[in-house]
Design a protein around this ligand. Structure first.
Ligand code: PMT
Length: 397
């Protein structure tokens, strides 16, 4: 970790007493560590100990003796921010954009990856608002270091205990290793639905939220790739500094954006749910309800995956998805071949918790060399990791 710049953000939780040991190990491994604390954290661990270990003043207040501390530049200085322990209160503030202390202001303006090690009592851990906050933070691109089962400050035994210090050190080491795995690679990713206009107020669309594709974009960005995310209409977005988002509306605009970007990319991952058909004509005025029955003439859209498969060179890896409802595996294998993809990720609408809109997915991956592997139901963030791992193995990256 020589020369790596790490911000450790400590919040008001009993697990804060373990952080001097974490800081000591990171400094010993060669990292430059800057500690920040919320005002409440001071009650759990001494700033003096931490500043002695890091040889830097611990940052707590926005203003110190009439001097303003520059949270923006610190957020840009760091290679990683690790918030440990992250209390229930701080998680809620982070999920909702509150920044009423120095640590939160740094978090809000940070451009580096943020990793969070929650710590709280079991009942707080299981509260639906904590779950919702963690989900939100994950979709903002933060990495959550799972809490563990064990002894808690209340005396209870259960979930919510902060990951052990040794695990946190390993996690940070793993981050720096993985961080550069896809460095130098440009990756094209499609995500979300497409809307095919019928008239000025109606469209043909689908239920894709963009969650799966955004999770893949975040994972690729986290591993150092430059990501081009071509995103259909969704309220979700990706905000990692390595991701450039191109917002498109319909299948044609998604096609054009992908065709323009693919030649400069080494990997393409097509996770969008693209309309297969679009109205031949779009009415310029709102269509009136006049007849009992009404038909719209449709024509096929351009198949982006198919087109990229036909132009890809030997050094490009192309990954497609297959969303199926019947004879899933055969249909997926058929798509792998027909669209000249290297890998196909199958998800079935018949699997509970899989496909559109869910935070989870259940996939089977196939590659053109005959590989096939079925994964358990996992969060889309975890599925994204599996997909990226598969691409790395397939491409011997
Ligand atoms: O966005 P979420 O709510 O998280 O949901 C995720 C998802 C269900 C949308 C995702 O996991 C998924 O399955 N995406 C592909 C959906 C789909 O359109 O599947 P398909 O079997 O119809 O298409 C096969 C492949 O061809 C896909 O890679 C698709 O992106 C691509 N395609 C399809 C039509 C078209 N005109 N152009 C394409 O590139």
């Amino acid at each position: 970790m020589t020369g790596k710049k790490i911000i450790i953000g400590i919040t008001g939780s009993i697990a804060a007493y373990k952080i001097p040991q974490l800081v000591r190990l990171l400094v010993k491994a060669g990292a430059e560590v800057q500690v920040m604390m919320t005002p409440n954290a001071k009650d759990f661990v001494s700033p003096l100990v931490l500043s002695t270990l890091t040889r830097k003043p611990v940052m707590i207040e926005m203003f110190d003796e009439n001097t303003w501390s520059n949270h923006v530049m610190l957020g840009r200085w760091a290679d990683i921010i690790l918030i440990a322990p992250a209390s229930c209160n701080t998680l809620a503030k982070m999920a909702n954009g509150l920044c009423d202390n120095f640590l939160l202001a740094t978090y809000m303006s940070a451009t580096c990856p943020i990793h969070i090690a929650p710590a709280m009592d079991e009942d707080m851990w299981h509260h639906p608002s904590t779950k919702a906050n963690l989900q939100k933070l994950t979709y903002f691109g933060n990495v959550i270091i799972e809490s563990q089962f064990g002894e808690l400050a209340s005396g209870l035994i259960g979930m919510g205990r902060m990951a052990e210090v040794e695990d946190l050190v390993q996690h940070v080491q793993g981050f720096f290793l993985q961080n550069s795995q896809l460095a130098g690679k440009e990756i094209l990713i499609t995500a979300g639905p497409t809307y095919e206009n019928i008239d000025p107020v109606r469209f043909i669309g689908n239920h894709s939220s963009g969650k799966m594709g955004i999770a893949i974009a975040n994972e690729c960005a986290r591993r150092g790739a430059k990501v081009h995310l071509v995103l259909g209409p969704t309220h979700l977005s990706a905000n990692h500094k390595n991701i450039t988002t191109y917002k498109v509306t319909n299948a044609q605009s998604m096609f054009e954006q992908c065709v323009a970007l693919f030649p400069q990319c080494q990997i393409g991952i097509m996770s969008a749910a693209v309309a297969d058909y679009t109205p031949i004509e779009v009415a310029t005025e709102k269509i009136k309800k006049k007849t009992e029955a009404f038909a719209i003439a449709l024509t096929k859209t351009k198949d982006i995956l198919n087109h990229l498969g036909s132009i890809k060179n030997a050094n490009q890896i192309l990954v497609g998805f297959a969303l199926e409802s019947v004879d899933e595996k055969n249909n997926a294998k058929e798509k792998l071949k027909a669209k000249n993809a290297d890998i196909i990720v199958l998800n079935s609408v018949r699997d509970t918790g899989a496909g559109f809109g869910h935070d989870t997915n259940k996939v089977t991956m196939f590659d053109k060399n005959g590989y096939e592997e079925t994964f358990d139901l996992k969060t889309k963030v975890e599925v994204a990791k599996d997909i990226v791992n598969k691409i790395i193995i397939f491409g011997k990256i």
